[in-house]
Design a protein around this ligand. Structure first.
Ligand SMILES: Nc1ncnc2c1ncn2[C@@H]1O[C@H](COP(=O)(O)OP(=O)(O)OP(=O)(O)O)[C@@H](O)[C@H]1O
Ligand SMILES: [Mg+2]
Length: 266
């Protein structure tokens, strides 16, 4: 079966895209899915955070998007069983320029993912692909939205959370119209929720009233273990499985799977 392709996008910086990509992917793998992260952010935080050193990155998402390698060739294993990654390299900074005049410039990732069925850990192939985007609505993010089945939007529990969301939703609509009619929003995940802060609660209820059922029941708490883990090159679930952050990502994974099952059945 073809893997489900979920793009983590929000043009705002530092809202928890990468933390969610790493830990949701790890949680999905931990509960039996076969998962691949594609890191298309030139910053490469997902690659570093999951422990792939820069000099160990033989191929990257750049090579994938230029068509030089296949998914199976570009994918490297991680410390997590059933979780692979296609790392990012700085080359990605130049991709936009390199393909600017190509007709298929928005479909580079989608074309590369056509052979997604060939990659995997065993003969069952992958079940989920998570794409971690840069904090921008540039050509890299557009490629990720054009290639995806669905978007997953991490939103930080802070005063300006809703600002920028409307621009993102507008972009998703434009991509649907022009490039990817089947694209849908899988959900909005509220991150860095602080129980001790009334503002977090206020933001959560504002976003729920705007986005309704799209907001996941699982809220990711502000948790220092989540921010420490990347410096050890580990997902939080390996660094400290019992911390509140890891446990929240396990619940989120269950919710994501439940929504996908519902959508597939519909
Ligand atoms: N739930 C959390 N609790 C505590 N710290 C967090 C949490 N989620 C993310 N962080 C920290 O906040 C910072 C930004 O998170 P992250 O890198 O995941 O965001 P991002 O949206 O990917 O950023 P960018 O836009 O730069 O790619 C990081 O230092 C990360 O460790
Ligand atoms: Mg990031």
């Amino acid at each position: 079966m073809r893997p489900r392709i979920l793009t983590l996008a929000n043009q705002k910086g530092g809202v928890g895209k990468t933390t969610t990509a790493i830990n949701l992917a790890t949680a999905l793998a931990a509960i039996g899915e076969r998962v691949l992260i594609i890191d298309i952010d030139p910053q490469g935080n997902a690659s570093t955070g999951i422990g792939i050193e820069r000099d160990a990155r033989q191929y990257s998402a750049y090579d994938l998007m230029t068509g030089d390698v296949t998914i199976a060739e570009a994918m490297v294993k991680t410390k997590v069983p059933q979780l692979g990654i296609i790392p990012s390299t700085m080359d990605l900074l130049g991709l936009e320029l390199a393909i600017a005049n190509e007709k298929d410039r928005a479909f580079r990732l989608r074309n590369a993912l056509e052979n997604a069925g060939d990659a995997g850990f065993d003969d069952r192939g992958l079940s989920y692909i998570l794409i971690d985007c840069p904090p921008s609505l540039n050509l890299l993010t557009i490629n990720a939205l054009a290639a995806a089945d669905a978007v997953l939007v991490p939103l930080q529990c802070e005063f300006f959370a809703l600002e920028g969301l409307s621009q993102l939703l507008q972009t998703v609509e434009q991509i649907k119209t022009a490039l990817n009619p089947a694209l849908y929003i899988q959900g909005v995940v509220m991150t860095m929720y602080d129980q001790r802060n009334n503002l977090s609660e206020q933001v959560l209820s504002d976003v729920k009233s705007h986005m309704g059922g799209l907001v996941y029941d699982t809220v990711i708490p502000r948790n220092v273990r989540l921010s420490e883990a990347p410096s050890y090159g580990k997902p939080a679930l390996l660094y400290d499985l019992n911390c509140a952050g890891s446990q929240a990502y396990l619940r989120l994974a269950t919710e994501v799977i439940k929504r996908e099952k519902k959508l597939r059945a519909a």
